[in-house]
Design a protein around this ligand. Structure first.
Ligand code: TTP
Length: 200
């Protein structure tokens, strides 16, 4: 069966990821995972892949065989340090102070799993983001907007933080939480593997 004909489940509570999949014309079910998001892994690409695999695996275990489960994890990386979501307003302001006026990287890991089967694709995408200098007043006003708290690095490129973005190198959708171009390639590879297996 082709992947597009299968039931698809997004293993994420992120409304942005759902919007991105809908942008592709997909209508996935949503089943947020409840996994421990800590890891001793320090390499960002490996970190986000481990978390994406964990999230998708947790949900795949509860789904009917053949369901395509998509899990993802996004982090901001500044000077090699992995930043997740800020725990409170003070942490959000601190993250924004450390990101303004310079470049950092955003990594999203994605896992595509077929429930009950061993076939899967797990990958990570990276985008470099250049942020304009911000004054302390601008940082406080942005924290007051409420946007930072549920987002890695304490900002949302798709929201009012857009006016502080000078340029990016890499996929925009990767920063929002799901790299659609890289997803298409992995989907295609999984589809080909699936078809080759069903012919043999
Ligand atoms: C950098 C950045 C992150 N984000 C979001 C994407 C993710 O939702 C969030 C990173 O946290 P994640 O832990 O990757 O995802 P989540 O907690 O929202 O959902 P789940 O764990 O259930 O999959 O930050 C933006 O929306 N815009 C941005 O510009």
């Amino acid at each position: 069966m082709r992947l597009g004909e299968r039931r698809i489940v997004l293993a994420s509570a992120s409304p942005r990821r759902l919007d991105l999949l809908r942008q592709l014309g997909l209508c996935p079910g949503v089943q947020p995972s409840e996994v421990d998001e800590s890891s001793s892994e320090r390499d960002p690409a490996r970190f986000v892949q481990e978390l994406a695999r964990r999230k998708a695996g947790c949900v795949a275990a509860t789904e009917a065989a053949g369901t395509l489960v998509i899990g993802a994890d996004t982090v901001v990386v500044r000077d090699g340090a992995i930043l997740g979501k800020p725990k409170d307003r003070a942490a959000a302001a601190e993250m924004l102070r450390s990101l303004q006026g310079r470049a950092h990287e955003v990594y999203t890991g994605v896992a595509l799993l077929l429930a009950g089967e061993t076939k899967e694709r797990v990958f990570a995408a990276e985008t470099q983001v250049f942020v304009a200098p911000m004054t302390e007043d601008e940082i406080q006003a942005y924290v007051d907007s409420g946007e930072p708290l549920d987002k890695a690095g304490a900002y949302g490129i798709q929201g009012r933080f857009a006016c502080y973005i000078e340029k990016i190198e890499g996929e925009y959708s990767n920063v929002v939480g799901l790299p659609l171009g890289a997803l298409r390639k992995a989907w295609k590879a999984l589809e080909e593997q699936n078809e080759a297996n069903s012919e043999s």
